[in-house]
Design a protein around this ligand. Structure first.
Ligand SMILES: [Zn+2]
Ligand SMILES: [Zn+2]
Length: 412
């Protein structure tokens, strides 16, 4: 086996092969060794940390997207860089898109994520949530093994990022969860042009069109004005949705205290420590619940139906979720005032984003996959559903009301 490997910047030493010292096939374990393979890598400047790897020039061989990213029981895996993205089980090296519990789990050997995501994981799981951690600075290119990796804002919750992986001139973007609607608590989504775009499809049906979020928040304020003797108990996911709601209420001029269920406290304190102005947010004290006529109280979705909320004066059950578009869901949950506020893209934004990335290939990870796959194909974009398990099960239909997934889960 003789394989000529040429590295202008002299980094050939990084490559190895289990077949012996002679073989320099860097695409193990996904590609077979071939003795007619001429491999050259160009484009490394004096500062490999800054320069993206140039294309691999493969004589007679094309690097397929599935050689760069493959599906494993743990989640998406990049063999060239030896890491998983948002793995659902403990792995040696994990790259995490954002802090929601279905994407960010504890117990990995090492975690690479944005500073905010690492802090959120620390708040939720304790500081020893991983063997080691590394901060990914937004917009900076990192080299991991034979791929270049870059984190870019996803607009989903504080610290959320898309992860792009580049090798052999092919760029794959794993978007995690994302939205295009404005959110005062996190950086806006940035379109990253790519060859393969991996998208969620939580609201991947044409029936899902989210209304203007501010109008929904005004509905809540109108109800508070109309019923000054009643307490408004608003169910919202503890990470992201709750803080976005508080920020929006402040932007609409609501300056009274916003009362919090204990489950919202730590993450809200963390958001405030990042300089996000949420105003006065006292924790609800059991003995004082009866005095909160006219107040807005934010709690986990499960708490709006529980005994906890019945102690408030004539409570109005509200729920802030993209699912509130579905009236039956609101009724089933006993929600009197549904607020359609989502941290995910609606159908139009999913389609628009796919087109804006210019991707020729789309993989759909979780949610309503089939309609989006079909839509892509009708537009001449190759698409496939990944049917990945373990994502998006944050308690709309599946989790029990008291589970932590529901309380701190991934916020639809
Ligand atoms: Zn998700
Ligand atoms: Zn999420």
């Amino acid at each position: 086996m003789t394989l000529r490997v040429s590295f202008p910047s002299g980094e050939g030493g990084a490559l190895s092969c289990s077949l012996g010292g002679q073989c320099r096939n860097p695409f193990l374990p996904t590609l077979p060794c071939r003795d007619d393979l001429l491999l050259e890598r160009e484009g490394f400047g004096a500062d490999p940390g800054r320069a993206a790897p140039g294309p691999y020039l493969l004589a007679g061989m094309v690097l397929r997207s599935t050689d760069i990213l493959t599906q494993t029981p743990q989640g998406l895996y990049c063999p060239l860089g030896d890491f998983h993205i948002d793995p659902v089980r403990p792995v040696r090296r994990a790259l995490i898109t954002h802090g929601h519990s279905d994407h960010a789990r504890s117990g990995h050997g090492s975690v690479l994520a944005t500073r905010e995501t690492l802090r959120i994981m620390g708040v939720r799981y304790g500081e020893d949530f991983a063997g080691s951690t590394q901060v990914a600075a937004l917009g900076e290119t990192l080299r991991l093994g034979d791929v270049a990796v870059r984190f870019t804002p996803a607009g989903h919750v504080l610290g959320s990022a898309q992860i792009s992986i580049e090798a052999g001139g092919t760029r794959i973007v794993v978007s995690g969860d994302y939205k295009r609607a404005a959110d005062p608590t996190c950086l806006p989504y940035e379109v990253v042009p790519c060859d393969v775009f991996i998208t969620e499809a939580t609201f991947g049906l044409p029936v899902f069109r989210h209304p203007d979020t501010r109008a929904e928040v005004r509905k809540l304020l109108a109800s508070v004005a109309l019923f000054p003797e009643r307490a408004h108990i608003v169910g919202a996911y503890a990470l992201g949705k709750a803080q976005r709601l508080m920020a929006l209420l402040r932007e609409e001029g609501f300056d009274r205290p916003i009362h919090l269920h204990g489950a919202m406290e730590k993450l809200t304190a963390y958001y405030k420590s990042e300089g996000i102005p949420l105003g006065d947010t006292p924790k609800v004290v059991a003995a004082e619940r009866a005095k909160l006529a006219g107040a807005i109280v934010i709690c986990p979705p499960s708490a709006i139906q529980d005994v906890w909320s019945r102690r408030f004066p004539d409570p109005v059950a509200c729920f802030a979720s993209g699912w509130m578009r579905v009236r039956a869901r609101a009724r089933q949950k006993g929600v009197e005032l549904p607020l359609v506020v989502s941290d995910h893209s609606d159908w139009d934004d999913l389609c628009r984003t796919i087109l804006e990335t210019g991707a020729g290939e789309v993989w759909v990870t979780h949610g309503q996959e089939d309609a989006l796959v079909h839509w892509c194909r009708t537009r001449g974009i190759a698409a496939r559903p990944l049917h990945m398990l373990g994502y998006g099960d944050e308690g709309e239909d599946t989790a029990s009301p008291s589970s932590t997934e529901d309380q701190a889960g991934s916020g639809s």
